[in-house]
Design a protein around this ligand. Structure first.
Ligand SMILES: [Cu+2]
Length: 371
């Protein structure tokens, strides 16, 4: 845990900039926002590491940009594209935001859920990350923000309720009061164990003055990565990440191996996934097909969850690349749900599909190897 607080101090300040190209610099905590350009660009950008504007519009900009690889992991570039269809609609916008439409407001909820990672809720939103505040040419004023993370315990214990507080400020340390609702929430928080065996999707509650809180439990000792997605009003979709450490002897990490077959059963549902193509830097269609695990009947009455038929979160095996994807048709009900995305580079990725039916959300994980 030292991590958390320690970092705060070192965070550097970055001011909001309006340069045309933003760099994906992780301001301190790795805030990066991507602007949403087209899907493809976005993605590419997100992960390309520094690129200049000219070369890639969405580029992550600068140098400091996304090095996602940074050891402290703080910066994740997220990209979310995901929101499929509209992605291209708002070129100047920042990543994620555009995509979502469905936001209604509820913010409030928050919270919590679970611990188990398994069902988290889902929500999504996407944003992306670079910092780009305004982006290219954007005329809008952009707000560049950072997150300061605090845990209720210096050393959270496994399975013990822990409150995570995320304070969003401008890079200069000023308060940020207002956040856009994205997929029904002001903030979406993804928590994963380092080996990606644990996944949760939480919605911290906004308490005003830029502060969000959520209570959760981390099931085992070891490191967890927390990824907060939000849109400061007037700014663009932002992703801030933080590593935390849960006390105790770490259990053995599970290897992150690609699934032999993208067909699995969870919560009584059989879910078959196809990814076409499983290649980096190409638009890839993720198609989930759901049926009742026992009867084989197709599931055609999925319910919207956070404004869409499903939400997909994708992380590279090293946790550095984070994609948040929304369905092509948010109003679909199954048995098929399609999502368009683009893997930024080859490698192993874990994909969590989140759906809701009969008032209950469920999560189905898959691991793929992208060539
Ligand atoms: Cu969410």
């Amino acid at each position: 845990m030292s991590g958390m607080t320690g970092m705060t101090d070192r965070r550097r300040t970055t001011e909001a900039r309006r340069m045309p190209v933003k760099t994906g610099r992780p301001d301190a905590k790795g805030t990066m926002r991507l602007k949403r350009i087209s899907l493809a660009l976005l993605l590419a950008a997100a992960f390309a590491s520094a690129t200049a504007c000219s070369s890639a519009p969405a580029s992550t900009g600068g140098h400091e940009g996304m090095d996602m690889g940074s050891s402290d992991g703080k910066q994740t570039a997220t990209s979310h594209h995901g929101d499929g269809p509209d992605a291209s609609a708002e070129p100047e916008r920042s990543g994620g935001q555009a995509g979502h439409n469905g936001e209604s407001s509820h913010d409030g909820e928050s919270g919590q859920h679970g611990e188990s990672g398994q069902h988290g809720e889902s929500g999504q939103h996407g944003e992306s990350g670079h910092d780009g505040t305004s982006g290219h040419g954007g005329a809008a004023e952009a707000v560049s923000t950072v997150a300061k993370w605090t845990l209720s315990a210096d050393e959270p214990q496994p399975n013990e309720e822990t409150t995570v507080t995320i304070r969003v400020e401008t890079a200069a340390g000023d308060k940020v009061e207002s956040f856009d609702i994205n997929h029904e929430k002001k903030m979406h928080l993804i928590a994963v164990s380092e080996d990606l065996s644990y996944f949760d999707h939480l919605h911290p509650e906004y308490e005003g003055s830029g502060e969000f809180k959520v209570r959760t439990k981390f099931p085992r000792a070891g490191r967890y990565k927390l990824i907060a997605d939000y849109i400061p009003s007037g700014g663009s979709a932002t992703t801030n990440t933080e590593w935390i450490e849960v006390a105790g002897a770490s259990a053995e990490k599970q290897a992150i191996e690609p699934d032999e077959k993208l067909d699995r059963t969870a919560d009584g549902y059989r879910v078959e996934l196809t990814v076409d193509p499983l290649k980096a830097n190409k638009e890839a269609m993720l198609t989930f097909k759901l049926s009742d695990a026992s009867s084989g009947e197709p599931i055609d009455d999925l319910e919207p969850y956070l404004g869409a038929v499903g939400h997909v979160v994708i992380l590279s095996a090293d946790t550095e690349k984070y994609l948040h994807v929304h369905p092509m048709d948010e109003d679909a009900k199954g048995p098929v749900a399609e999502f368009m995305t683009e893997f930024p580079e080859s490698g192993v990725y874990k994909i969590w599909g989140q759906f809701q039916r009969n008032g209950k959300t469920f999560v189905v994980p898959f691991t793929v190897k992208v060539s």
